[in-house]
Design a protein around this ligand. Structure first.
Ligand code: ATP
Length: 342
């Protein structure tokens, strides 16, 4: 990570909300802040934006201490879930509002508005009323509005959560342009968004950082239950063996990729669709503890193991809580590693 000449260095301390988070974002880096509901993500965004007063902690951006600086002087661009555009102004007028409010001349503000709209591919919307825009178009205008102020820090607080799938892709493209060349913090519940935009993932839980790493590393080798579910994986705790893992729940799972000396505490990351379930034969013996619908499949929980199977297969096996099953996983689909928790 680079020195304090650019980028963000923050220590967000909000005791009333149980939040104490240190965050560093390099000048051209996008960090995805993820975590369960109530973990403190929005509190961090509010503190960085200056919307929430901190009695302790600090916010330093590009070497400048912003801790006591009010929101409108921070040069922080915020894109929230909903665009909240002024209905009585045109799109161009909405985007020009920020530069005008911070002292730009009318001509300069119009110029910046046009440039920002062009950057997100929304030049054609300039003369429209916000009331005539689709959700994706309105959110792209909100991105342009943030860009027009030339923010030194970009805060994206669940910027596509309120949109349908097609509009999400449209806005994601605009966000990719927006994040370039400035430190960006992205709060998201969407792993695709993290992959598309973020260099690094920071996981918050109960107001603390519990895990962080390169996006790919956190998604492939998650270390906390939250990051595992964020990646769609299940973590099976156990002890390393010569060929894989001995799960705490009993039996042994072979792994094609393990490299941990036997005897160490490890986890195995397994995708539930890679787990095969049968009534008898090969595999680890477990008792079904739960059955629930899942994306057109049936998710079968059996203690520490989870398998997603087709409805027909679940019916054929008669899976229900209390039923004994065998669960097998191809060694290529089992990653065994030592979890690194912050
Ligand atoms: N305005 C508020 N006043 C007091 N406490 C709050 C306020 N907003 C949030 N909290 C509390 O602060 C903690 C962190 O909440 P925060 O909204 O920052 O979490 P989050 O990770 O953004 O959650 P979500 O994913 O649900 O948006 C929680 O315990 C929450 O109940």
């Amino acid at each position: 990570m680079s020195a304090d000449t650019g980028g963000l260095r923050a220590h967000v301390v909000v005791p009333a909300r149980g939040v104490d988070v240190r965050l560093a974002i390099d000048p051209d880096e996008c960090v995805a802040l993820v975590g369960p509901n109530g973990a403190g993500k929005s509190t961090v965004v509010e503190a960085l934006a200056g919307l929430l007063r901190m009695r302790a902690g600090s916010v330093v951006l590009g070497g400048r201490d912003l801790t006591a600086v009010p929101t409108h002087r921070r040069r922080v661009g915020l894109v929230a879930q909903r665009p909240d555009l002024f209905a009585h102004r045109t799109v161009a007028g909405n985007v020009a509002f920020g530069p005008r409010a911070t002292g730009a001349s009318g001509r300069e503000a119009r110029h910046r508005s046009a440039a920002a709209l062009a950057a997100v591919g929304a030049s054609g919307l300039a003369d429209r009323s916000p009331t005539t825009l689709s959700g994706g178009q309105a959110q792209r205008v909100a991105v342009a509005r943030a860009l027009a102020t030339a923010p030194a820090l970009l805060l994206l607080d669940e910027p596509t959560t309120a949109l349908d799938v097609d509009a999400r892709a449209e806005v994601r493209d605009a966000l990719r342009t927006a994040r370039a060349g400035r430190p960006t913090l992205l709060v998201t519940h969407d792993p695709l968004e993290a992959v598309a935009l973020a260099d690094r993932i920071v996981v918050l839980q109960d107001g603390r950082v519990v895990e962080q790493g390169a996006t790919d590393a956190v998604l492939r080798r998650p270390c906390t239950p939250f990051s595992a579910s964020f990646s769609g994986l299940v973590l099976v705790p156990g002890t390393a063996t010569a060929t894989g893992i001995a799960p705490d729940g009993g039996g042994e799972l072979a792994s094609a990729t393990h490299a941990v000396p036997p005897g160490r505490r490890v986890v195995a990351a397994v995708h539930p669709t890679a787990a095969r379930i049968s009534g008898a034969g090969a595999g680890l013996a477990r008792i079904v503890t739960g059955v629930e619908p899942r994306d057109g499949l049936v998710r079968v929980r059996a203690g520490d193991l989870v398998a997603d199977v087709t409805v027909a297969r679940a019916a054929a096996l008669g899976v229900a809580p209390g039923v004994p099953v065998r669960i097998a996983v191809d060694p290529d689909e089992v990653a065994v590693y030592e979890p690194e928790v912050a």
